[in-house]
Design a protein around this ligand. Structure first.
Ligand code: SAM
Length: 437
């Protein structure tokens, strides 16, 4: 009736002959990296001062009690009894909101040293039966608990009970939009949101109107569409956060295979929310030469030494492109704040090597490129795309990079695309180099 597959340290029952439905091997990279990210987050959690005020309400997740009786007492406190973990003092609680077979939950329970409790939830009765079998198979009944709820309902219920998760993983089919309100408001201050989007056609400009419906942003067909997808997703999460006086700090955002994944911390500060418009921009693409321009929605200014924020006034982008006089198409709004926190990414890079993950080489390769990415330049170009505009041979990346570096500019790759570059040089400089080569 069931096949068993192994991934990381977990063994998982999958209904026989339904491997394709219940197990996606391509997402192993996503799950490996999530294990590494949660490991680092759990280490930081130990010394995070914001955690303390949540601890009283989170007994179920942070219990260090040693006797069965004490645990039973705690179980009786809430209507939803939870299995207190015993792995470490002050460990984290994780909600795997859309769990399917519970594979992520099992892996977090087995492989992330600082995890105390994982709640594995799925709306499907079949899925929850499999989760329960997998909890027993992996001997995780003291750490992983199953739930069968609509994820939105579950998160709202936990919030009403005054219990906040340290981390919430949203790994839906397609887009995560409908789960975000509940997730953002049931995370503790400084909590970690892990979000996957698999609807890449929508995010990459095939159906911009659907993208606007799902993400409140218009997507764009451009060589940089995968970073654009990341920035649309971050914009959506930030917008949802703003409603609750919260804001995001992205720790790591990446595109791989057929999906994107973002790891963001969520903090509470209505004051900081006022700066949201300064981290948000409209994007303009010239239909003649593919040059991209940005119009930030807000600007930062100083009055008597104080930092203030205001909405920008008037279009900065000319109606016609300065390079070819082409017309622009408009897209966005997108997040134009940082995609990554370099210190955190370095910690993940250092840690992942010791975790024995199947995808260590791919993880370290990608994180090394991410660390090199120029932080404050949104999106990128590809040489293939720009050279096709000029109808010329594609210039070797090394020659192009040397030309920019010799002229005193910064240049880096993007992890999203081969042959891509980010630079702080203006597009006038870039076009000059390409024309003169
Ligand atoms: N995270 C899993 C993994 O890594 O193997 C894969 C999850 S699968 C993409 C999405 C799951 O979400 C399905 O099992 C589906 O039953 C469940 N689901 C869809 N809508 C839901 C909802 N509103 N509440 C709870 N579960 C839901």
């Amino acid at each position: 009736m069931f096949d068993i597959i192994s991934e990381g340290k977990a063994n998982i029952y999958i209904p026989a002959g339904k491997k394709g439905v219940f197990y996606n091997p391509v997402q192993e990279f996503n799950r490996d990296l999530s294990v590494a990210v949660l490991t680092v987050f759990a280490i930081d959690h130990q010394s995070d001062p914001t955690v303390k005020k949540y601890q009283k309400k989170m007994k179920w997740a942070t219990s260090t009690s040693d006797t069965e009786e004490e645990e039973d007492e705690e179980d009786e406190e809430g209507d939803l009894p939870l299995a207190p973990g015993k792995k470490c003092k002050n460990g984290i609680s994780v909600l795997d909101a859309l769990s399917a077979t519970g594979l992520r939950s099992m892996r977090y329970g087995l492989e992330v040293a600082g995890v105390n409790t994982v709640m594995a939830n799925d709306m499907s009765e079949v899925a929850v039966k499999i989760i329960d079998k997998n909890v027993r198979l992996n001997n995780l009944n003291r750490i992983v608990v199953s739930r069968r709820f609509d994820a939105i309902h579950l998160m709202q219920l936990e919030k009403i009970r005054g219990r906040h998760f340290d981390a919430i993983d949203l790994d839906p089919f397609g887009n995560p939009t409908r789960f975000l309100d509940a997730a953002v408001s049931s995370l503790r201050d400084g909590g970690l949101l892990l979000v996957t989007c698999t609807d890449m056609a929508v995010l990459c400009g095939n159906t911009p109107e659907t993208c606007y419906v799902k993400y409140n942003a218009v997507s764009l067909k451009t060589a940089a569409c995968h970073e654009m997808a990341l920035r649309i997703c971050l914009h959506l999460i930030e917008t949802v956060c703003s409603k609750y006086g919260r804001f995001i700090v992205p720790l790591l955002s990446f595109h791989a295979d057929f999906y994107i994944r973002v790891f963001v911390k969520v903090f509470t500060s209505p004051q900081t929310c006022k700066a949201t418009s300064t981290k948000t921009s409209m994007v303009f693409k010239c239909i003649g030469c593919n040059t991209l321009s940005f119009q930030p929605l807000g600007m930062v200014y100083q009055v008597s030494g104080q930092t203030k924020f205001n909405l920008s006034h008037g279009p900065v982008v000319n109606a016609k492109c300065a390079h070819c006089e082409g017309r622009h198409v408009m897209a966005g709004p997108i997040w134009t704040g940082p995609l990554h926190d370099a210190t955190f990414v370095q910690q993940v890079l250092d840690t992942s090597e010791s975790l024995g993950l199947a995808n260590t080489r791919r993880i370290t390769g990608m994180l090394a490129v991410i660390l090199e990415e120029i932080k404050d330049i949104p999106l990128y170009y590809t040489l293939t795309n720009l050279c096709s505009v000029l109808h010329c041979e594609v210039i070797p990346m090394q020659d192009f990079r040397s030309a920019l570096l010799h002229a005193g500019y910064k240049v880096s790759l993007s992890h999203c695309a081969k042959n891509s570059f980010k630079t702080n040089a203006s597009m006038t400089v870039v076009w000059d180099i390409l024309r003169c080569w």
